[in-house]
Design a protein around this ligand. Sequence first.
Ligand code: FAD
Length: 358
Amino acid sequence: MTFDFTIIGGGIAGISAAARLAPFGKTLVLESEFALAYHASGRSAALFEPFYGAQSVNDLSLAGEDYFRTAHGGVLSKRGIMIVARAGEEAQLKTEAASFHMDHITVPEAVEIIPILDQSKLTQAALSFNAEDIDTDLLIQNFARDARASGAEIRTNAPVTTISKTASGWAITCGTDQIETKIIINAAGAWADEIAKLAGITPVGLTPFRRSMARIPAPNDLDVSKWPMLFGVGENWYAKPDAGQLLVSPADEDATTPHDAYADDLILAEGIDRYSQVVTTEVTRITANWAGLRTFAPDRTLVIGPDAADPTFFWSAGQGGYGFQTSPGASQLLADLVTGKPSELPQSTLDALNPRRF
Ligand SMILES: Cc1cc2nc3c(=O)[nH]c(=O)nc-3n(C[C@H](O)[C@H](O)[C@H](O)COP(=O)(O)OP(=O)(O)OC[C@H]3O[C@@H](n4cnc5c(N)ncnc54)[C@H](O)[C@@H]3O)c2cc1C
């Protein structure tokens, strides 16, 4: 059978692309792992913060806001973010608060909201309620259900091992299967440059960066569920309520190669130390830890669109730290570009995301 669209990668990028493309042609998703969202998409902080990242990233995030709020009853819930500064960090806090459209609050006000904050260690704070939690599992299920309802086939345990050009498109080897497809969508996350190389396409220069997470019990058994996500200045650690506990991340960004990422104990300890310096409670136990890869293009902007050398090879890569919050906007743009429909995004945004920029 010949497919119109074969999507390589069953993370949020691939599944959202499948939901958008399946109404327009025979669509196949190939995911090498036993389940969808096994890699980066199963390890995120699940935040929607529309002012995080470059302008083009903000544009994609905001373009998907309506989908987030309304599709299948919506997947967002109230969260907010707070940044706290120590002596000497005030100027940087001011810059960051401006870029995230935050209000400055006093330290006692911050402590009222997050009672474990150590007033004696902090000089300033800023707060915003623009950021919301994304139910990432539900989002993926919704996109997968929509894709299947439009006839898409989603295969797991399906690693792509060879890709070659044919007269009518591409031939893909996946296990013992030979697949013919007119168009390839490269949504392979940290492996997207590897997939390009398999297809004889020039890589765009993606780098996976590891980010680690520790889950700790709720400090003093407090109800943390309504706390905003808490950041150190310069995003050098963060803490986020998660299922009655707290996630603490060192916000590490260590360049690595595509692999099944795991947390480094020392890096986790350093992050927990940075968090511990501004709170009055001690971390005595970690209940779980993990790491994931945030894969960035050199300019830290997503790569969405046809390859410069081959218009039948589309990129949906470089999602970095924004793959969930950009997914409705990015998948809509991808589908518009594949089907030749004009995008509602400004031309400057399309140019910023275009693979041809490399
Ligand atoms: C700790 C952490 C916190 C984050 N927090 C947030 C956040 O708060 N908000 C937000 O929006 N984003 C966040 N992100 C980023 C977000 O998780 C990623 O941008 C997003 O998950 C990337 O999705 P993806 O589909 O591109 O990649 P992936 O989920 O990695 O999917 C790519 C898939 O391709 C498959 N694949 C690779 N090679 C092959 C092959 N040869 N054949 C078949 N399949 C193949 C892989 O198995 C993988 O499943 C965070 C990431 C991390 C790690």
